[in-house]
Structures are given as structure tokens and as C-alpha cells.
Design a protein. Structure first.
Ligand SMILES: [Zn+2]
Length: 203
């Protein structure tokens, strides 16, 4: 288990560098997580640049209670947005990874849209939908300083929508995408960012 967890954290750190370089994780924004086992997941510690993550910059928390199970270093605290990740893992049993960023394009695209209907261009295939009539709408949640309340709103929505698009938006904040494997979460995140970039540029 230790070896597997170390690998997960290294994989997430590599994604953090990639997203930071793309301008999706300015300052210390954004957070990345992956299931460690059936009852807990690793998530980035708060207050660290996602462009410079190491295995010590993660905290393992309980999936049901959000309690800290393990820290990469003694002062590591989980991201405040752990509540959103927990809501996704509890309602999406097949999800093993969640990625969250703060991009300029996502904020621009969310202005005046609720939900955000994604344009049906080629990239939408990366989300597993095409022109079969499946709605390609990203739900938009109100941003709030009390992140736990956002997590509750996300959990309620996902319980009421059993087969959601694997992504959501918090208004004026950023998107979170998930997937059955880390590679799926990455593909979903990048595809939604691409589609939001189109909307932000007036498509
Ligand atoms: Zn955030």
C-alpha cells in the first residue's frame, strides 16, 4: 500500500507541475486528490504551490469523516476544498481521482451561464459524449467562504443526478473533474478547460 500511495502522490505532483505551467493553478490555488483505498484518499496540502509538489505535500483523509489519517509532514493540513473531493468520492464510487484548478477561462466562461452548456465540437468526445442528444452541461455552484457548504451542495446535486458529466464548476472559482482512473480525470479536466476556453473566447 505504501508503494502504491507514493506512486499516486508522485503522479499527482506531476499533474500539479503540468497544470501550474499552463496557468491553471496560480499562487497556491487548486487541489488534486486520488483514492488511497476504499475509505480514504490523498489530497494536496493547503498553502503550497502546485508547481513544486513533493510526496510530503499530501494528506490522507477519511472518505466519510474527512479526518486526517496520515500526513506527509507534521504541519501538512488538507486543502479547505477537501469537502468537494469527499462529496465526489462518496457519490461516485467509480471515481478514483479528482482534479481542481482555478483558470481564467473557467471564470470567464461561467459568467452568466448556469449550467454551462459545452459547445459540441470535436473535443467533446473526450468526455464520452457526442451528438447523441446527451446534455453536455456543467453544473455551476455558488462560491462561498464556507467550503463545506459548497461540498454539501455538490453532494446533494450528485445524489440527485446519477449519471452526471464528470465535471463541475464553482462560479468565479474553477472547475473540478474526476474519472475512473487518474488518466481519465486528467482527460476530462483538460477537455472541459479546452471547451471553456472556447466559450471564454466567444465561440
Ligand atoms: Zn479552489
Amino acid at each position: 500500500m505504501t508503494t502504491v500511495s507514493q506512486d499516486l502522490r508522485r503522479d499527482l505532483a506531476a499533474i500539479g507541475r503540468r497544470f501550474y505551467d499552463r496557468g491553471w493553478m496560480w499562487a497556491t490555488a487548486g487541489n488534486l486528490s486520488a483514492r488511497a483505498d476504499e475509505s480514504s484518499f490523498w489530497i494536496t496540502a493547503s498553502g503550497v504551490s502546485k508547481g513544486d509538489l513533493g510526496p510530503a505535500d499530501f494528506v490522507r483523509v477519511g472518505l466519510e469523516d474527512g479526518e486526517i489519517r496520515e500526513r506527509g509532514r507534521p504541519d501538512a493540513k488538507p486543502s479547505a476544498e477537501v469537502a468537494i473531493h469527499g462529496a465526489i468520492y462518496r457519490t461516485q464510487p467509480g471515481a478514483t481521482a479528482c482534479l481542481h484548478g482555478h483558470s481564467v477561462e473557467a471564470i470567464l466562461a461561467s459568467r452568466g451561464r448556469d449550467p454551462i452548456v459545452l459547445p459540441r465540437v470535436e473535443m467533446i468526445k473526450a468526455l464520452g459524449i457526442w451528438d447523441d442528444g446527451t446534455p453536455a452541461a456543467v453544473p455551476v455552484f455558488t462560491n462561498h467562504p464556507d467550503v463545506a457548504s459548497i461540498g454539501q451542495a455538490v453532494e446533494t446535486f450528485l445524489r440527485d443526478h446519477p449519471r452526471p458529466l464528470p465535471a463541475l464548476m464553482v462560479r468565479d472559482h474553477g472547475i473540478t473533474a474526476w474519472g475512473a482512473r487518474l488518466a481519465d480525470a486528467l482527460r476530462h479536466f483538460e477537455a472541459v478547460e479546452f471547451l471553456l476556453m472556447l466559450l471564454a473566447r466567444g465561440f
